[in-house]
Structures are given as C-alpha cells and as structure tokens.
Design a protein around this ligand. Structure first.
Ligand code: GDP
Length: 365
C-alpha cells in the first residue's frame, strides 16, 4: 500500500491541489474498505481502462480499482534542514512516504505573495532540492556516528552484525560523497542491490521517486503551454534526470471536478505509479473485477499475498491469462475456448507477475 506526499514551498498551490483530489470522483472512493482517512490524507483511485474492459468481459457486478494514498505535507520553508519553523514535522512526514509530488508555482498573481519575492520555478526547485540534499547529508552524518559507536566494541558483537554495520558504513560514505556533489541518491545509476537494500533502511529523502508538477493558470493548462515550462524541464533534465514534469492547474482541477473538464489527476497518478515501478494484475469473476498493485519484479506468491496475507504461505500455483489475449474478445468470455486454445497458463512460485496479468490463485486450505 504505497503512498506519496505533496511537497513544495508555501503558497504554490499544494492545498488547492489536495482539496481538488479529495473532491474528485477519483478521490476517496466510497467502496474503499479502509475508510479511516486522516484530514491530511487522500485516497485516489487509479484510472484503469483495462479494469473497465475486464468487468465487461467477465460480466462482473462491480469493479474495484487500485488506489494511491496522497498526503498533504505541511509547507517547506527555506532552512527546513536547520529545523526552523515547520521544518521538523515536515521532514518526518516526508520520510514516511514512498514517492514525492513536488509542486512548483508557475502562475502569476499579484494578490498571492511568493515567499521568495517573484515567480521563478527553477529557483524554487533548487531551494527545495537543496533542503532535501542537506537533510540527507545531516541524517547520514548522524547515522555514521551511531554506527561508529556500535563498532567501538565490535569484539563483543556477532561477526555477521559487525559485517553488516561495516557494509552500511561504506555505502553511507559513498552516498554522502554523491550528495556533496549536489546529486540525489536516486540519480546514481550504479548502486548494487546490496547497497540499495542498505540505503532503503534509512528512508533518505532524495532516494524517493519524484514527479514534478508545474502549477499554472487554467488557460496555460488547457493550451498545454506555460512560460516557465521549458525552464522547469531543463532544470529537471540536469538536476533530477528521468523524473517526469507535468503541467497542471491546481485551481482548474477544482473546477474540473464540478464541470467534468479534462482533469490532470489520472496522468499525475499514472506517472507516480510508473516512478514507483508499480504494475497491476487483476482478479476477475462475476462478483467483482479487481485491480491489484505490486512492484515490478514481484513473484507470484508475494503477489498472491497482496490479495490475502495467508496466500503467500499457502500458495500452490496460479492460472494466468494475458490481458492482450482477451482484450478484443466478445463478452462474456468463453473460458473453455480460452483453455483449449492454450491462453490459460499454469505458473508456479518462480513466475514474475507482469502488468496486465489476470490471475487465479490456487492456495492450500
Ligand atoms: P500552499 O501553501 O502551497 O498549500 O498553497 P495554496 O493551495 O494554499 O495556494 C495559495 C494561494 O494561491 C491560494 O490563495 C490559492 O487560491 C492560490 N492558487 C493556487 N493555485 C493557483 C493557480 O493556479 N492560479 C492562481 N491565480 N492562484 C492559485
């Protein structure tokens, strides 16, 4: 159940965007089973044309999409990494999320104060990123101190524990040097799997996949152009390569909810899912068609465990149908025909689930 947080300087439109999500038809779905939602938390359903099609093919009574949790994180201010003002709460909130939506102001409005004086999203991106880099460096310094203390009396410690601390020490030192150059942890392409596993236990802020959202006027959004967009794209290419940039309008999203206009929310959610390397598989029948979310590379038993935690342990095998094999077929699906034409595959524990798989899990009772 992955989550993401909305981050940015004050007055850039974060709350406006968050409110639009909570009021959107895609937001806070009524049939969502875990209904306790905090005020700063929104749940947005993942727009899935595949799920809609599958519900038709299986004559399902209802369809249940996956969701993404989105947190409104209190405003970041310059100097947050020195624990000024909201800094501290902000930093612990952001540590808890898996991905970051960074909202940056690209609209002019003399009525709305810009905390830095004028509208300059490339400068704002640098301010926010510098805060995150500094906070990661500070966090690594503290972690290295703690590890050094652990290693002081290493003769009294189990050898495997000492080896693990020493490996963490090495990885954190590499991470620190990388941050010193002004680069995000995410942007070092040659981390080994062991290093990544070590880094994961520190929840570093610049290791979190980020989607950049340029908040513009309604007009700019609808025409797909904004005077700052090229600067922002350029900045991201240099300072946060591979991260997507989306032009949207926080103000217009609120209107789009009411008027049914072209909302950017489905694209925003989709880009975050891609940044988090998430894929969907489906379970389908006459009662419900349901979309499930796992990380790319997930093995079948772990994917089954998302449906029901017991299934990971009791998993026997699964039957898989590829979405592309049924997409064009007439409803209702003829399973006998699918089976006789070899479109239903039986897979075991080592099968890696693919995006669009329709699964039926066999588990021991
Ligand atoms: P936050 O501090 O980042 O959460 O910013 P808010 O969402 O509270 O927005 C700050 C002010 O900017 C509010 O008065 C919003 O109505 C306004 N605002 C947000 N988005 C836009 C926009 O796209 N255009 C204009 N003109 N104003 C906006």
């Amino acid at each position: 159940n992955l989550s993401s947080g909305i981050v940015g300087l004050a007055n850039v439109g974060k709350s406006t965007f968050f409110q639009a999500i909570t009021r959107s038809k895609l937001g806070n779905p009524a049939n969502y089973p875990f209904a306790t939602i905090k005020p700063e938390e929104a749940i947005v359903t993942v727009h899935s044309p595949k799920l809609d099609r599958l519900a038709e093919l299986y004559l399902s009574q209802k369809s249940i999409p996956s969701v993404l949790r989105i947190y409104d994180i209190a405003g970041l201010i310059k100097g947050a990494s020195d624990n000024k003002g909201l800094g501290n709460a902000f930093l612990s909130d952001i540590r808890a999320v898996d991905g970051i939506f960074q909202v940056v102001r690209g609209f002019r409005d003399d009525e709305i104060t810009h905390v830095e004086g004028d509208v300059d999203p490339a400068r704002d991106l640098t301010i926010v990123q510098d805060e995150l880099l500094l906070k990661d460096m500070e966090f690594i310094e503290n972690s290295l101190d703690r590890i050094a203390k652990q290693l002081k009396n290493k003769r009294n410690r189990p050898a495997d524990e000492v080896a693990r601390w020493e490996a963490h020490q090495q990885t954190l030192a590499i991470a620190y040097d990388h941050l010193m150059e002004g680069r995000r942890i995410l942007d070092k392409p040659d981390w080994t799997d062991d290093q990544i596993e070590a880094l994961n236990s520190y929840s570093l802020l610049t290791a979190k996949p980020t989607v950049f959202l340029l908040n513009s006027s309604k007009n700019d959004y609808l025409r797909g152009e904004n005077e700052f967009l090229p600067h922002v794209q350029d900045w991201v290419r240099h300072n946060a390569p591979e991260s997507p940039v989306i032009l949207f309008s926080a103000e217009y999203e609120t209107e789009a909810v009411e008027s049914g206009g072209p909302s950017a929310i489905p694209l925003i959610v989709e880009q975050m899912r891609q940044a988090l390397h998430l894929i969907s598989f489906y379970t389908c029948g006459p009662i419900e068609a349901r979309q499930w979310t796992v990380r790319k590379g997930t093995l079948c038993p772990q994917a089954a465990g998302v449906i029901h935690s017991d299934f990971e342990r009791t998993f026997i095998n699964a039957e898989v149908i590829k979405y592309r094999d049924v997409e064009q077929l007439p409803a209702p699906l003829n399973e006998k025909l699918l089976r006789s034409s070899g479109k239903i595959a039986r897979v075991g524990k080592n099968y890696v689930v693919e995006d669009g798989d329709i699964m039926r899990i066999n588990a021991a009772a």
